[in-house]
Structures are given as C-alpha cells and as structure tokens.
Design a protein around this ligand. Sequence first.
Ligand code: HEM
Length: 160
Amino acid sequence: MEALFFEYKTLIVFLHVISAVIWVGGMVAMRFAAHQSFLEIQDPQERLRRIAHALKRLFIIVFPFVIILILTAIVMIKGYSLPQSEFASLSHIKEGIWTVMFINLVVMIKRRNRAVVFLEAGDIAAAKFSLGIIGKYMVPLNIILGIVAIFLGTIFSTSL
Ligand code: HEM
C-alpha cells in the first residue's frame, strides 16, 4: 500500500481534496445560495417541494465523493503510516469527523425522504419540520465539521 501510495500520491491527494471541495462546497452553496432563493417562493408546498428536490440532487452528487474521501484517507493512513506516527491522534480526530459527517448525511437523506412522504400526503407542517431541522442544524453542523477537517488537512499537508 505504501509503494502504491507514493507512486500515485498526487492523484490520491487530488481526489481527497476535490472530494472535500464538492462535499463541503456543495453544502455551503445549498445553505447560503439555493436555500435563500427558495425562501422567496410564496406557496409553502411548492417551496418545500423545491427544497426537497434540490437536497436530493445535492445528496446524489456528494455521495460518491464522500466515499472517495474515506477511501483516499485510508490509502493515506497506510501510506504515511499515520497510526505509528506523531500524527496518530490528528488522524483519529479526522476519522471521527468523517464518521460524524457521514452519519449526519445518512440521517439527512432519511429525513428528506420522510419529508417527501409527508408532502405527498399533504402534511405540510410535518414536512416543514423535517426539512427545517436539515437546513437549520444538520447542514450547518456538517459545514462546520468539514471546515475543521480541512484545517486539520492543512496541518497534515504542511507537516508531513
Ligand atoms: C477520514 C479521515 C481523514 C484522514 C485520515 C485524512 C488525512 C489527510 C492527510 C494525510 C492529508 C494531507 C495530504 C498531503 O498533503 O499529502 C489531508 C489533507 C486534506 N484533507 Fe483530509 N483526511 C481525512 C478526512 C477529511 C475530511 C472529512 C475532509 C473534509 C471534508 C478532509 C479534507 C482535506 C483537505 C481539504 C486536505 C488538503 C489540505 C491542504 O492541502 O492544505 N479530510 N487529509
């Protein structure tokens, strides 16, 4: 794995960084650009439908990159022998952050799907509640965790 990593290091680090850009950048664009625009739609049912649709598109786009991010992280853990190095705890923190972000993403996907069922049944209040938690807490949480992970990545790239 170590030899493989150093042979393809540029490609692996590139795939790691571009995955973080798309995952974290996608959430920022959704929360601070698309979401603000959706709020201007007057009809609540149509507004919630558009938000649910945009979230679906976002989740479909980011999911493969979430997987690429962890695969490239595993290659780097082995390649740099991080658990045996002075950076072991930093590596564990990043692994923990990815895990929380991933669980949060899976829960968001389930919440969005449930909101769509509520919308189809005409239960606007329940759909609004489900989508509201995603927008107010879950996406911002992943943005903050993602920024922390990127900062820790910068420490890695300037120290390894
Ligand atoms: C799963 C555990 C993770 C591990 C073990 C890990 C490990 C690393 C390592 C070793 C580097 C330095 C690569 C190099 O320069 O050779 C790095 C860079 C980076 N990581 Fe991670 N990472 C993890 C998760 C994440 C997550 C969750 C994000 C963001 C969502 C992220 C974003 C970045 C970014 C943007 C860089 C580039 C920083 C720079 O070049 O200044 N990483 N990571």
